[in-house]
Design a protein around this ligand. Structure first.
Ligand SMILES: Nc1ncnc2c1ncn2[C@@H]1O[C@H](COP(=O)(O)OP(=O)(O)OP(=O)(O)O)[C@@H](O)[C@H]1O
Ligand SMILES: O=P(O)(O)OC[C@H]1O[C@H](OP(=O)(O)OP(=O)(O)O)[C@H](O)[C@@H]1O
Length: 347
């Protein structure tokens, strides 16, 4: 049993269903952290490549609370849910605020029939008109905290929030709210319900994020070690994504000559320059293997450059991980003062 009184030294809580369930399992798998869930009714699982980690499945709305109360040290959920439900921003921190999936916008949407309302300023005017008539705008949402902050910040103070847990888009037609503030991804649900977004009415741009409990993590050496390994795998996988490793056989008189030609185009000659190694060959002595990392959007430019340098047999492969000297995310965890997720979406 570990210091936190459980069999597992580190717990990770992830969504048990909904929009983020499958993408989270796929994402962890792509980072080399496949989750082994014995069956879909079991709410705990393990990660074979990281023994000592237990995975808990919870509703995405509950992930932040589970991390904050200490039932798990790490969690994956939508940034929207994290910002709405955290109560202590020093205890529960966002470690990676964009895992690259679960993208959606939290927006204000009004009925298409409101022809005179097309921007957030129009909505502010309407709120005043309502006030003069002794009424308040009724807004249906699942995210009262984020919405209130956003509206107050824009000087809109006269409104009533209607708490709804699902199918918000039906609220204006059903008559229990005038407009809604909800998530949208493709825009289909809003369109199908004859609702439109407002200019300047995006409250938050969200995606999945990794959150952690700084207090419980810093209390246990084992949890901290596993968290570092887990975070580094995610971070290095993300860092590797924009690059290919290119390898080519290049003919030249010496490594110096080959490196000089490759380095004549610094933008396609690797992060810190090419690695050059002698190719041993019985017939010809003057071949060198050149290896470098290039951004994916410069692939053909780099291939042509290597050809111009006398390269043949150019191969490109996807990188799995790119580790740096140290993990910047982990360093930030040890120094929570540098946490800055509030900048996202202008919140
Ligand atoms: N259409 C969408 N496309 C991409 N991501 C989305 C979409 N809708 C929601 N999300 C993201 O997925 C998270 C979970 O949303 P989802 O609709 O699955 O939750 P839910 O089923 O309403 O709630 P819970 O899982 O808590 O019961 C949201 O907080 C958001 O970050
Ligand atoms: O812009 P779109 O691509 O149409 O997606 C938007 C919908 O996706 C989410 O709902 P979800 O289906 O996850 O269920 P929910 O209504 O229970 O939240 C969100 O709440 C919207 O209703």
């Amino acid at each position: 049993m570990s210091a936190n009184g459980r069999d597992a030294a580190l717990r990770l809580v992830i969504p048990s269903d909904g929009e983020l369930y499958e993408p989270t399992l796929n994402y962890l798998g792509s980072c080399g952290l496949s989750v082994r869930r014995p069956n879909s009714r079991q709410y705990t699982a393990t990660i074979r490549s990281l023994p000592g980690v237990e995975v808990l499945f919870q509703r995405s709305a509950d992930v932040t609370t589970k991390v904050e109360e200490g039932s798990a040290e790490l969690g994956i959920t939508g940034l929207d849910r994290y910002l709405e439900y955290r109560t202590d921003e020093r205890t529960v921190v966002s470690l990676l605020d964009d895992l690259g999936y679960g993208r959606c916008d939290f927006v204000l949407a009004v009925p298409d029939a409101w022809l005179d309302v097309s921007s957030i300023d129009d909505l502010a005017d309407l709120a005043l008109e309502f006030k003069q008539q002794g009424k308040q705008l009724r807004i249906a949402t699942k995210y009262p905290k984020l919405l209130r902050e956003y509206l107050f910040h824009r000087g809109i103070n006269y409104f009533t929030l209607v708490a709804v847990s699902g199918a918000l888009e039906a609220a204006p037609v059903a008559g229990y709210a005038d407009l809604i503030a909800d998530l949208t991804a493709t825009g289909t649900t809003l369109r199908e319900n004859r609702l439109k977004t407002l200019q300047g009415g995006t409250i938050l741009t969200s995606q999945s994020c990794l959150i952690g409990n700084a207090t419980t993590l810093l209390r246990s050496k084992d949890a901290l070690r596993l968290a570092r390994e887990f975070i580094e795998m995610l971070e290095a996988h993300m860092r590797a994504e924009p690059y290919y490793r290119l390898t080519a056989n290049v003919r030249g008189a010496s490594p110096q000559e080959v490196s000089a030609t490759v380095l004549s185009r610094p933008e396609v000659s690797g992060l810190r320059g090419p690695t050059i190694a002698r190719v041993y060959n019985v017939e010809e002595q003057d071949w060198y293997a050149v290896s470098l990392l290039v951004r994916k959007d410069r692939l053909m430019e780099a291939v042509d450059h290597l050809r111009d340098c006398g390269g043949i047999e150019v191969s490109a492969s996807q990188l799995s991980y790119l580790f740096k000297g140290e993990s910047s995310v982990f360093s930030r965890l040890l120094d929570p003062a540098s946490e800055s997720v509030e900048e996202i979406g202008g919140l």
